[in-house]
Design a protein around this ligand. Structure first.
Ligand code: ACO
Length: 430
């Protein structure tokens, strides 16, 4: 029988505290510690290693078993059978759309894909060589200044419109941040393309040269979007929720999520993986880098390996690995030195005792970086593309949070380790 409560006892005269145990529909039970503060004690859990920060109906992960479900559907089935718009509908509205709902949802998103024309001035304010993620943080944040008719978070319709705007406009913003970086004119969205193709068009077409997306590459890109769409309470999603818990508008919250995603321990890993492969340079140097990754005195880590939650193969990595081989075959790139190096590194690390015993498998970013590079997408855009995919999850998680009547402003406590009270000393006596 599953326990329903736990008693916290102290090694002094303090009275024991009884805490209820809550069960979700799947996964580990959680101890409800909300009443602890009333007793003057708090829990200590830096990095949230043992803390469920919210309840959510959206995504389920079992890191030991290597399972990932969106709204109950295994990621493998969604990646195989759905397009990104269906997955976005599922994340936002809880169900896969029927034909009519899909048509309406897709046309709603296409109808919002253009940017307010004055937003181009914001782009032009950046230095030409600005990193696309820096541009994205700024431009997405600035959307609240352009679309302030949809920032009333207490209004359901307003919340929906801002969610659609984010989903629809982030690909345009990501593609334009690249165009600006390389000095090419901005390409407007084309509604005849699907979401993935449209992004590729805005990235690769020019006013002089049309771009017809290769169907295998467009499918691979769509997979990248589906696999990255949501991942329960990761750092960037938790950032979006925490920012939103104060009632901040969704554009500002998603900009905060983009900033959090940028870090190399999170979404920046795909870019960092490619940089690392470039640095390794040759198969003959893999041993040297594996040695460095194991050396505790060296800060170097094998980028694209390991995951906080998955201690088994990340199911997204397994799908992306397959897609990676399809793309390399389609483009005849299996013998390209960089890709040979990546595949050799994967093989060596998968057999190495250090990585095996710590259950450090290649993660989805290891393979998605390789796929994007093969598609001709530059390294600096990898995390921006992750952000564009994750916007679907961010808006779904933000909407869930903001419409939950139990939600209160996120306000963690701390274990204070600074000075005791002390008196001010005038500057000449210090
Ligand atoms: N290379 C070498 N050693 C590693 C690596 C790595 N990539 N990842 C973890 N380890 C080692 C740690 O040194 C530690 O060893 P120890 O037990 O001997 O001290 C052990 O494995 C456990 O690692 P932690 O850092 O405790 O694991 P944590 O869950 O905190 O970190 C993280 C997970 C941040 C993803 C880490 O594995 C990492 O830095 N990986 C590289 C960056 C990366 O690929 N990030 C992408 C994450 S996936 C995503 O965001 C979609």
């Amino acid at each position: 029988m599953k326990p329903t409560k736990v008693t916290l006892t102290f090694d002094n005269d303090n009275a024991p505290i009884e805490l209820p145990i809550l069960s979700g529909s799947l996964g580990s039970d959680v101890i409800d510690i909300r009443s602890l503060g009333k007793h003057g004690v708090f829990t200590y859990d830096p990095g949230f290693l043992s803390t469920a920060s919210c309840s959510s109906d959206i995504t389920f992960i079992d890191g030991d078993e290597g399972l990932l479900y969106y709204r109950g559907y295994p990621i493998e089935q969604l990646a195989e059978h759905c397009d990104f718009m269906e997955v976005c509908h599922l994340l936002m509205h809880g169900e896969l759309p029927d034909k009519e709902q899909k048509k309406q949802f897709t046309s709603l998103i296409s109808g919002h894909s253009m940017l307010h024309d004055q937003l181009t001035n914001i782009f032009r304010g950046f230095r030409r060589d600005a990193h696309p993620m820096a541009v994205m943080v700024g431009v997405v944040g600035s959307m609240s200044a352009f679309y302030h008719d949809s920032i009333d978070v207490t209004d359901k319709l307003s919340r929906e419109v801002s969610a659609y705007r984010l989903l629809a406009k982030v690909p345009t913003i990501a593609a334009w941040s690249y165009k600006y970086n390389i000095g090419e004119p901005f390409m407007y969205p084309q509604n005849r393309f699907n979401y993935a193709e449209n992004f590729m068009h805005m990235m690769f077409a020019t006013p002089c040269e049309a771009y017809e997306p290769n169907p295998i590459l467009a499918k691979a890109f769509e997979r990248i979007l589906i696999l990255h769409a949501d991942h329960e309470q990761n750092a960037s999603t938790s950032t979006v929720r925490l920012a939103g818990s104060s009632g901040a508008n969704p554009f500002a919250c998603v900009a905060a999520g983009i900033a959090s995603l940028w870090g190399p321990a999170h979404g920046g890993a795909n870019e960092a993986t490619l940089k690392m492969l470039e640095e390794i340079g040759d198969v003959s140097r893999i041993g040297e880098y594996i040695k460095r990754a194991k050396d505790k005195t060296d800060s170097f880590r094998l980028m694209g390996f390991g995951h906080r939650v998955y201690k088994n193969m990340d199911p997204r990595a397994a799908i992306m690995r397959h897609t990676c081989h399809q793309v390399l075959d389609e483009l005849g790139l299996h013998n390209d030195p960089m890709f040979k190096l990546a595949l050799e590194l994967e093989k060596i690390a998968l057999e190495d005792e250090y990585f095996v015993s710590r259950r450090l498998y290649p993660n989805v970013d290891f393979y998605s970086g390789i796929v994007m590079r093969a598609m001709g997408i530059p390294n600096c855009m990898f995390t921006a593309i992750f952000a564009l995919a994750r916007t679907a999850g961010w808006v779904a998680q933000w909407s869930e949070m903001i419409s939950d009547p139990e939600v209160r402003i996120g306000r963690p406590r701390q274990l204070y380790t600074g000075s005791q009270r002390r008196d001010f000393v005038p500057i000449e006596l210090r």
